[in-house]
Design a protein around this ligand. Sequence first.
Ligand code: FPP
Length: 242
Amino acid sequence: MSTPAHVAIIMDGNGRWAKSRGLPRLAGHRAGVEALRQTVRAAPDLGVSWLTVYAFSSENWSRPRTEVNDLLGLLKMFIRRDLAELHQNGVRVRVIGEREGLQADLRALLVEAETLTAGNTSLTLVVAFNYGGRDEIVRAMRKLAGKVKTGEIGAEDITHDLVAGALDTAGMPDPDLVIRTSGEMRLSNFLLWQAAYSELAFLPCYWPDFTREQFAEALRDYAGRERRFGGLMPRRALSGGA
Ligand code: FPP
């Protein structure tokens, strides 16, 4: 099998990375941003055209207020500092997750990043922020239920494609490969619908230690797998609908 077009990453282990060095958790998240930067630079070189990263989950609000503020601050800083380089490198930014309730300045930055980079084609970087798979599915169901209520569609018109098209990821291909660092082996509410047939890779390293070489190694491992999507014959990736 060839290179995955779409790789999604659960960037886990920033806190443990910091703890193992006697540093505050914020230092781990900062190092995590640097690892993200390197990963975004590496992706097009490695033949990946979609990269989705789990930056803040809808469950992360339960962390101490200071850590939540640190993560919100890091996302703002990442966009402010890196947007010009991302744009110059042909990266298109998309953001998935619930925006309602986010601070107005953060929302404006997300729109600015998406608008500025909308025409870029070398890589699509999808940032999952205030994102949860179940939350996304509930919001999609509400959209579709609203359409049934107004008579725009009938209940029997609801298909896989219609559901996929009502998700935040409408129009995106499903992830071929989901990578999680830090040795934990679960999806933690990430891309629940979209990862139905994704290959999974659980790497032992903490996210700040994730390098271009480990990325390339995970892609080589993926290339040796055979995907059958529930059938008997190897198949190409399924589309995300919309
Ligand atoms: C998991 O590590 C990581 C997160 C909750 C956030 C991921 C965020 C970054 C990589 C940096 C921020 C980037 C942006 C663009 C906002 P953890 O804190 O759960 O680590 P632990 O499990 O070792 O405690």
